[in-house]
Design a binder for this molecule. Sequence first.
Ligand code: ZN
Ligand code: ZN
Length: 294
Amino acid sequence: MTKYPQLLILSYSLGPIQVLVMHLGALLPFWTGLSWNALLYGIVLYLVRMLAITGIYHRLIIHKSYQTSAIIKWVGCFIASSSGQMGPSWWKGHHQNHHNNSDQLDDSHSPNLPNTGIKGFIWSQGGWLLVGNSWPDRLPADVEADWGLKLIDRFHFVPLILLGAISYGIGGLEFLGAFFLSTTILFHGVATVNSLSHLWGQQPFDSKDQSRNNWFVALITLGEGWHNLHHAFQWSARHGFSIQDGKIVYLPDPTYWFILLLEKLNLASNVKLPSEAALLEASSIKPEKLLVKT
Ligand SMILES: [Zn+2]
Ligand SMILES: [Zn+2]
């Protein structure tokens, strides 16, 4: 493991503390109650921050499935880090490790190894963050070279605290509780990509790991649950593809729609998609496999 400077270790050590505090704070609504306005506020916070994690952290910063200006990257990462799920360098470091070692022993959060069953599920759903694996082996050079992203990474807790303070300013303890509850559900929503999408669902593509297309995860993560396609074509801006009866099926993918919107507004370019031929070629059920040998 790389030897990190003290300040970075201090910053990254806050990760597990954030997770614990958000879970404790999620109990606040049981005491304050939750009005329709506070509930709506929590839902909006969930959707906006989920989109920042899926559309900016994951598909832009990590996989470079499209290009944008530095401003979009910074603003998107600032919003994403208000989720209490660390900054862009930390995220990319761990996620690259996941793709490089998917469902192998060195995978940061596989539900299949080293544990299986309910233990594997709890590990991938967040346990891995609490047991001394809270910083990646190495940090991505491209993110580290961008001073704006690096600043957000080291001070990842500032947007989170700011959003908590704004929530309190808007509606007191009730809205602070809505913020904590939204943040906790968001944490578990994102984590289902690591857990359920490596356990349950279809494997229309030959990704050589346990990644699966899972409709439930896709529903709560704005399209990220089409995870088998993502492992087969990591650079694709659209994850919503499947194969049925030898034909391509286009699945709903709100994060891809968001990228298309950015493109329409001239805020995104070079949106990458696999060709139909490549998708069919990567299908896990090749036509020849269906032929009966004579
Ligand atoms: Zn995965
Ligand atoms: Zn990925």
